[in-house]
Design a protein around this ligand. Sequence first.
Ligand code: B12
Length: 210
Amino acid sequence: MSKIAEVKAKVEAGKTKLVPGLVQEALDQGNAAEDILQAMVDSMGVVGDKFSTGEIFVPEMLIAAKAMSKGVEVLKPLMASDGASSLGTCVIGTVAGDLHDIGKNLVSMMIESAGFNMVDLGVDVPANGFVDAIKANENVTLVACSGLLTTTMPALKEAVETIKASGLTGFKVIVGGAPVTPEYAAEIGADGYAPDAGSAAVKSKELVTA
Ligand code: B12
């Protein structure tokens, strides 16, 4: 089994203690950080499918997510920026009722590498939490809202509407997450949408420099 395949298998199995070492070994063997990350993202797809079919349950899903997060920690220094931020501050969070943060964390990492200072509000962020953070931080040029559940899509809508109704200006709002489509993003009044972390960075830069 290749080292990357081993990383994928151990993330799926939730081997939190083994994953960081395997990720490092995969890097040492010359594998690109992006390829290792993709293998772990693929693992989450497998885990989700197994959950759908009742083969595994929430605790297994949670432990696999923890294993992936540990692996991402090893990759982060290789993917994050050199600290030169010139595009302003980005406030990011997962909307109310939603506890999924792996995708949000990857998006945060990539937006940071595009040149933003990040203010991460974490998960289960009420709509007003975004508004409070825009007020509390200087030079907020971007607000990024993540939602992973079909049941929290209304919370995404509420977040965007509350931010827009706050009267605050000077920033753009980008949304994303597995159930979000470009059409839905436009419908709820977001300024931008991206399907994954890489394109989120490109879109974010485009939004604030346009
Ligand atoms: C891990 C996981 C969990 C973990 C989360 C741990 C954590 N720290 O994140 C735990 C165990 C907590 C969990 C709980 C639940 N989960 Co869950 N979970 C998953 C799983 C397996 C992986 C999610 C993930 O991390 N994917 C990998 C990342 C990299 O992908 P991503 O999140 O989609 O993010 C990418 C893009 O969407 C985008 N993106 C994301 N955010 C943003 C934001 C912006 C601004 C932009 C531009 C882009 C963007 O870029 C990201 C990177 O490329 C998915 C299955 C799946 N296939 O996704 C189910 C899944 C999302 N969960 C699901 C469900 C049902 C639940 C529960 C309701 C289960 C239950 N009965 O309790 C609870 C809900 C808890 C809650 N209130 O949030 C369903 C959702 C179904 C639906 N359509 O709504 C899924 C799809 C599983 C399934 N197949 O049924 N879950």
